[in-house]
Design a protein around this ligand. Structure first.
Ligand code: MG
Length: 283
């Protein structure tokens, strides 16, 4: 397709948090976009933002999202995620809201268009006071980001497509969208990803290209994360469905193997190849 690079390939990387592939590896992969993990607090300065901005600009790589992460979060098991991840756990909520705002300031200084966040396990009962509290938290964050001209993308995974729709509808802010991660739907056992994508498609502003296989007991135990194209997502139908719903944003590969950076780099490289091949076939 001539003109605009529709669905440019990207990698989820790090600018100081110790995760992801790192800018040197990203340069080697030749991708035009990245999402980045928010750096730790001591690196969320204007100076650091300026230097990161310059590095990526010189490499011709666009930063499409800055992802929030908070100390104390653990993805060890589904119950531990429930207790530790995002803005849902009450003990850490206020301090994390403050940190999310700092990350938004950093994203704005970086010239990124938005922040991404795992909100956590949102209560199932949409008429409960707990649900209303999360709606309030998100409204506040969206308003803060709006003033900085930033979008807020909620990562999918812990909830069903219907629950996510209910949440976004109640928050009702036009800078709130979805970062759709099809593998999370499988890993958490929260629904068939392509069907979910069709339901929330109009709200999808960014995606993670990640693959996984279903657990024997979905929702109780983790599925397994596997290299792109080797799991149950069906990358061909994922891309076809994205095209069908009119999505033209980046395809950001998320593959983190902190214990084996070489394998990580090789698998991301294979993922880039797979996505480019599928794009050539489908778009
Ligand atoms: Mg993800």
């Amino acid at each position: 397709m001539a003109g605009k690079d529709v669905m440019p390939v990207g990698v989820f990387t790090s600018i100081g948090a110790g995760l992801g592939a790192g800018i040197e590896a990203v340069k080697e992969m030749g991708v035009p976009t990245v999402q980045v993990h928010a750096p730790p607090p001591e690196l969320r300065t204007e100076e650091h933002a300026e230097s990161v901005k310059k590095q990526f600009a010189e490499a011709g790589i666009q930063i499409t999202l800055v992802f929030c992460g908070f100390p104390g979060e653990s993805y060890e098991s589904i119950p531990i995620v429930r207790d530790t991840v995002g803005l849902v756990p009450e003990d850490t909520r206020d301090e994390r809201i403050e940190q999310a705002r700092e990350i938004a300031d950093f994203a704005a200084a970086l010239g990124a268009p938005g922040i991404g966040i795992h909100i956590g396990f949102v209560p199932e009962q949409t008429d409960s006071p707990q649900f209303a509290e999360i709606v309030g938290v998100l409204k506040g964050l969206c308003e803060y980001c709006k003033a900085l001209e930033l979008a807020v993308h909620l990562e999918t995974g812990q909830e069903t497509a219907d629950a996510l729709l209910a949440l976004l509808q109640q928050v009702g802010r036009d800078n709130l969208g979805v970062n759709f991660d099809p593998a999370n739907m499988i890993l958490y056992g929260s629904g068939e990803p392509i069907e979910a994508l069709r339901k929330v498609g109009h709200l999808v502003k960014s995606v993670h290209c990640k693959d996984a296989t279903w657990a024997a007991k979905p929702g109780e135990e983790w599925g397994a994360e596997v290299p792109l194209g080797q799991g149950d997502v069906g990358m061909d139908s994922f891309l076809r469905t994205l095209a069908e719903i009119g999505y033209d944003g980046p395809l950001t590969i998320e593959r983190e193997i902190p214990e084996d950076p070489e394998r990580q780099k090789a698998e991301i490289g294979q993922g880039v190849q797979l996505l480019n091949d599928l794009k050539a076939k489908i778009l």
